[in-house]
Design a binder for this molecule. Structure first.
Ligand code: FBP
Length: 319
C-alpha cells in the first residue's frame, strides 16, 4: 500500500506543495493523538476553566488551532494562514508561495460525546513582495490548488484532492502514516439519503421547505421514492458519508438570526468541500451559485450550502 508521501511524489504535485501538505497532515496526526486521549489528557473542558491541578484548560479547537498555526508558520513555503479560530489572517513568510485556510476542529461540539470531528483545509498558491493581507485570501474556490480534510473517527482518515480526483487515506496507527485506501473516489448522481438540521425547518425559505417536504413524503409524494435521513452534526462527517455512499447535504440560508443567514463558512468549510465534491463528480451550490465561483468578500464569510449527488443537487435547486 502506498503512503501519502509516495502518492504525492508519484503525482504532478510540486515539491513545495508536497511539503505544505505533509506538514499539514503530520500535524493532523498529532491532533488525532491528542483527541484519542480524551478525558485522560484533561482537555475536554471549556477554554477559561481550570482543571483539577488548577491549570487553565484549553478547548480542543484552540489546541488544534495552535498546533496547526505553529506548524504552518514554521514552514518556509507558507505565506499566510487563515483559521476559524483567528479573527485576522496571520502572515508567515513573505517569500512563501501558499495561503492556507483551515477549520482546525470542525464539529467541535461532538467532542463532548466522543463523536466524529475533523480538520478541513484549503490551499491556494499566491506570491507577493509584501506580507500577505486578508485581501490576498479573497480568491474564488476554483483557484484552490489542494483541499482536504482529516476525519477523526473510529479510524482517522485523510481525504485529499490536488485537482486530479479524490483519494482517501487511512492512518496506520502502527507507523503514524496515511496509507492510500481508496483511489479516484466517485459519487453516484442519484441518491435516497439527505442530511439537514430539521430543527431549523420553520426558519427556511419556502422553496427549501417544499423540497424537504417532498423528500419526507417519500413514495407517497411526487418524488416517488423513499429517502433516509442522517445528521452527524459535523460537516466533515456528513461530507465523508456522501463521498463514501452518496447523498445530499444542505445547510440552507435561514431567517433564524438575521445577522447570520448561513452557518457554514466559505473559505474553510464550503470551498474545500466543494472542491472535493466536484472532483468526485458531485455538485456544490449555494441556493443560487456554484460555490467554487463565489468571489469572497471576507475570510469569515458565511454561505448557504447544497452539496452532494449531482442530480439531487439539481433537483433541490429546481425548487
Ligand atoms: P463549528 O464551526 O462551530 O464547528 O460549526 C460547524 C458545524 O459544526 C458543521 O460542521 C455542522 O454541519 C453544523 O455546524 C451543525 O450545526 P447545527 O447542529 O447547529 O445545525
Amino acid at each position: 500500500m502506498q503512503n501519502l508521501s509516495q502518492v504525492l511524489a508519484s503525482s504532478a504535485v510540486e515539491d513545495s506543495l508536497q511539503t505544505v501538505l505533509i506538514q499539514t497532515t503530520d500535524t493532523c496526526v498529532a491532533i488525532s493523538d491528542v483527541l484519542k486521549q480524551g478525558s485522560l489528557a484533561g482537555i475536554l473542558g471549556m477554554a477559561g476553566n481550570e482543571n483539577v491541578q488548577g491549570e487553565e484548560q484549553k478547548k480542543l479547537d484552540v489546541i488544534s488551532n495552535d498546533m496547526l498555526k505553529d506548524a504552518l508558520l514554521a514552514c518556509p513555503e507558507v505565506r499566510a494562514i487563515a483559521s476559524e479560530e483567528e479573527e485576522d489572517i496571520v502572515p508567515a513568510n513573505t517569500k512563501g508561495e501558499y495561503l492556507i485556510a483551515f477549520d482546525p476542529l470542525d464539529g467541535s461540539s461532538n467532542i463532548d460525546i466522543n463523536a466524529m470531528v475533523g480538520t478541513i483545509f484549503s490551499i491556494y498558491r499566491q506570491t507577493g513582495d509584501n506580507p500577505a493581507t486578508e485581501q490576498d485570501f479573497l480568491i474564488p474556490g476554483k483557484e484552490q490548488v489542494a483541499a482536504g480534510y482529516v476525519l477523526y473517527g473510529p479510524s482517522s482518515m485523510l481525504v485529499l484532492s490536488t485537482g486530479n480526483g479524490v483519494n482517501m487515506f487511512t492512518l496506520d496507527p502502527k507507523t503514524n502514516t496515511f496509507l492510500l485506501t481508496e483511489e479516484g473516489v466517485t459519487i453516484q448522481p442519484e441518491t435516497q439519503e439527505f442530511a439537514i438540521n430539521m430543527s431549523n425547518q420553520r426558519f427556511w425559505s419556502e422553496s427549501i421547505q417544499n423540497y424537504v417536504n417532498d423528500l419526507v413524503k417519500g413514495k407517497e409524494g411526487n418524488r416517488n421514492k423513499n429517502f433516509n435521513m442522517r445528521w452527524v452534526a459535523a460537516m466533515v462527517g456528513d461530507v465523508h458519508r456522501i463521498l463514501c455512499r452518496g447523498g445530499i447535504f444542505i445547510y440552507p440560508w435561514d431567517n433564524k438570526d438575521p445577522s447570520k443567514p448561513g452557518k457554514l463558512r466559505l473559505m474553510y468549510e464550503a470551498n474545500p468541500m466543494a472542491m472535493l465534491l466536484e472532483q468526485a463528480g458531485g455538485k456544490a451550490y449555494t441556493h443560487t451559485d456554484r460555490i467554487l465561483d463565489i468571489q469572497p468578500n471576507a475570510i469569515h464569510q458565511r454561505v448557504a450550502v447544497i452539496l452532494g449527488a449531482a442530480n439531487e443537487v439539481d433537483k433541490c435547486l429546481s425548487y
